[in-house]
Design a protein around this ligand. Structure first.
Ligand code: TRP
Length: 342
């Protein structure tokens, strides 16, 4: 009873909360850019409705959303080729999320580790939106019938929940309407760790600015942060095995590999035996070479906000060509009077 041929379609989202950093670039943006191509449609979303599950200053939220859009484009997302927009301009995400709130079970949501981490000890005081967050995420993906979703490792559980929601919906209503989405999980090589602690992810919320490279940092700041990055006293190994139990060394080599589109082994074949005193300037030079054109382009784009808003509005319009019919068909399946036949 296959109703739909699922066209290969990639969907992913990033929250517009706070500054973009190297971890977002290598772990998300650059991968999204690399996935643009003839094999599939690519849909990329600034998930502003997810951002407000914890309180955001409204002016900051608008700024972050536009800056994230500038970041996407500066990193190489072509807004003609990909569909690029902010979530709140496509109301079908939230509408489908409501239906999914009625499909997902309390127990499923309570098991989510991100919910437990974020709500902490004070679950009674967390927003209902934070609890329902994964159901909106499932709607983001399934409203496009997306088949592939590139995300970080920390989102794996939410993607499993997305599959569970699709399966239960299809079962409950005896249809084969929502696809079972494939996660495309980021490998360790693209997971960027803090420059101060190789065991922690690079994060916008780390109190130390020295722990991360922001996409808006200038060349001197980037070079300084790399120079001061934590390392160990040993020389670099010539093979990947030699990075075991050396999280800081591994992180810097991973960053070098990701920025230069080489494998870790290829990098080590070149730099094995060097001390950090020699390797760090090489890494700093590479980082500046790759990142400064992006930050310059972001700044240029941010100078013309009307243009960014136009791009987002146009992206939302294109997104709705997909989402409106999927929501109508969902409503029809569920039994809503007035659902339009599409
Ligand atoms: N939860 C994701 C994160 O924090 C962001 C996100 C929201 C997302 N909706 C999505 C990612 C849909 C992939 C697909 O990283």
């Amino acid at each position: 009873m296959t109703e739909t041929q699922f066209t290969p379609r990639v969907f992913s989202g990033i929250q517009p909360s706070g500054n973009l950093h190297l971890g977002n670039y290598l772990g998300a943006l650059k991968r999204f850019v690399d996935m643009q191509g003839p094999e599939w449609e690519t849909v990329y979303c600034m998930v502003d409705l997810h951002a407000i599950t914890t309180w955001q200053d409204p002016a900051d939220l608008m700024h972050s959303t536009r800056e994230l859009c500038a970041g996407f484009i500066a990193a190489g997302i072509d807004p003609e080729q990909s569909i690029l927009f902010n979530q709140s301009q496509v109301p079908e995400h939230a509408q489908l999320a409501w239906v999914f709130n009625c499909v997902a079970r309390m127990g499923w949501m309570q098991r989510m580790t991100q919910w437990k981490d974020k709500a902490g000890k004070n679950q009674q005081n967390a927003s209902l939106g934070l609890f329902a967050y994964p159901s909106l995420m499932a709607a983001d993906i399934l409203i496009y019938h997306a088949t592939h979703v590139p995300v970080g490792d920390d989102q794996k559980q939410h993607l499993e929940l997305t599959r569970d929601i699709a399966i239960k919906f299809n079962n409950d209503f005896g249809v084969d309407f929502f696809p079972i989405t494939e996660p495309v999980i980021e490998g360790a090589a693209t997971r960027v760790m803090s420059l101060r602690d190789g065991a922690k992810k690079m994060s916008k919320s780390d109190p130390s600015d020295m722990s991360r490279i922001n996409m808006t940092d200038d060349a001197d700041t980037i070079a300084k942060k790399i120079r001061k990055a934590k390392t160990d006293p040993d020389a670099l190994p010539s093979e990947a095995d030699g990075l075991e139990n050396r999280p800081e060394a591994r992180n810097l080599v991973n960053i070098y590999a990701a920025l230069s589109d080489l494998t870790v082994d290829q990098v080590l074949a070149e730099v094995g035996g060097k001390q950090f005193g020699e390797f760090k300037p090489m890494l700093a030079e590479l980082a500046v070479e790759k990142l400064s054109p992006i930050s310059t382009e972001m700044a240029r784009l941010m100078g013309d906000q009307a243009e960014i808003d136009k791009i987002l509005a146009r992206g939302a319009e294109r997104a709705r060509e997909v989402t409106v019919p999927v929501l109508q068909r969902t409503y029809e399946i569920v039994g809503m009077v007035g659902a339009k036949q599409v």
